[in-house]
Design a protein around this ligand. Structure first.
Ligand SMILES: *Cc1c(COP(=O)(O)O)cnc(C)c1O
Length: 338
């Protein structure tokens, strides 16, 4: 038995999800007539109280389309220095949109109105790029899965409204945050101009993300998706997995969070673990002493049949997910002490 905690993307579709995929009615989504894609897009837009949605192959694509649609070349995006859009999307902000980035030092990747206010350039000063978009991430991957609460986001929304700046959310793991706080999808939908959510993380789909926003915005993003080669045809196979996941895999995320905390308790007993980030959702990040490199430690774990990723020179990350059960958890406890 391999214990694969590299990411919550490693899950396999369940038998019931595969059934839903096999029996999905299909069309050609570039012509706009794949009924299952249309159902998924309408379902998610409605869930968040937003006008429209666009189903895409990845969260990178939905984030990049959002940036492309909100900005023009030479503009600037304001985000935290730990943001996925900056660190893990291949330089796409620059390459796809020709846009500059103001990288802010938030607390575990979370921004505040004060930090954002200081980063907004004076539009009358031609030396500076035009600040055009603020992007938040919830939950915050590189911050160890921490999340924003609604009042924190509302304060940022207020500032953005005053400054006429659209607000984007990289909500790859937004459902993990909502399950912890009990906050509603609509309440978050109200606060953003665009939201990206992933179906292929904790929700257990093989592929898929959605971009949400106003009708005109999504129509423009659809143009850019085609331009970038992201138009697809009988995508209803994949959309069916998404519909299934939204109906069956959201509430169970709390199990992933509980198991992540149990991993934290195991790690706390390990002499080689110096520090464990607070465990708020399904991500566990821990620090090794300066004498142990994360790459070496991850290689040792792999020999014990436990897969993880390095998250810095001395940082290691585990992510719990649908295919990580209590059986895996018990086995992990034995293997960690080997
Ligand atoms: C995984 C992830 C994405 C999107 O990744 P894809 O692999 O392109 O779907 C975006 N943002 C965050 C925070 C993520 O963790």
């Amino acid at each position: 038995m391999t214990i694969d905690l590299r990411s919550d993307t490693v899950t396999q579709p369940t038998p019931a999800m595969r059934e839903a995929m096999f029996s999905a009615p299909l069309g050609d989504d570039v012509f706009g007539d794949d009924p299952t894609v249309n159902t998924l897009e309408a379902k998610v837009a409605q869930l968040f109280g937003m006008e429209a949605a666009l189903f895409c192959a990845s969260g990178t694509l939905t984030n990049q389309l959002a940036i492309r649609t909100h900005t023009r070349p030479g503009d600037e995006v304001i985000c935290d220095q730990l943001s996925h859009i900056y660190l893990y999307e291949g330089g796409g902000i620059m390459a796809n949109s020709g846009v500059s980035v103001a990288l802010l030092p938030g607390e575990r990747g979370k921004l505040t109105p004060a930090l954002i206010r200081d980063a907004i350039n004076n539009p009358a000063d031609p030396h500076r790029p035009l600040s055009r978009l603020v992007s938040l991430e919830n939950t915050m991957n590189k911050g160890g899965g921490c999340y924003y609460t609604l009042p924190e986001i509302a304060a940022i929304r207020q500032l953005c409204a005053e400054q006429n700046l659209p607000l984007h959310l990289d909500g790859a793991r937004l459902f993990n945050a909502l399950i912890e706080t009990g906050e509603s999808t609509e309440s978050h939908g109200q606060l953003f101009d665009s939201i990206s959510i992933c179906l292929s993380k904790g929700l257990g789909c093989p592929v898929g993300s959605l971009l949400l926003g106003k009708r005109d915005f999504i129509a423009q993003a659809r143009r850019y998706r085609k331009l970038m080669g992201g138009g697809w045809r009988q995508a209803g196979f994949l959309a069916a997995a998404g519909i299934f996941a939204l109906d069956h895999h959201v509430n169970r995320l709390k199990l992933d969070h509980a198991r992540a905390r149990k991993i934290g308790a195991m790690l706390a007993t390990r002499p080689e673990v110096d520090e464990i980030y607070p465990i708020d959702t399904n991500i566990v990040i821990f620090r090794l002493p300066d004498t142990i490199l994360a790459v070496d430690y991850v290689a040792q774990l792999a020999e014990k049949g436990i897969r993880a990723v390095t998250f810095g020179k001395h940082l290691v990350r585990f992510v719990t997910h649908l295919d990580f059960t209590d059986e895996h958890l018990n086995e992990m406890e034995k293997r960690l002490t080997l």
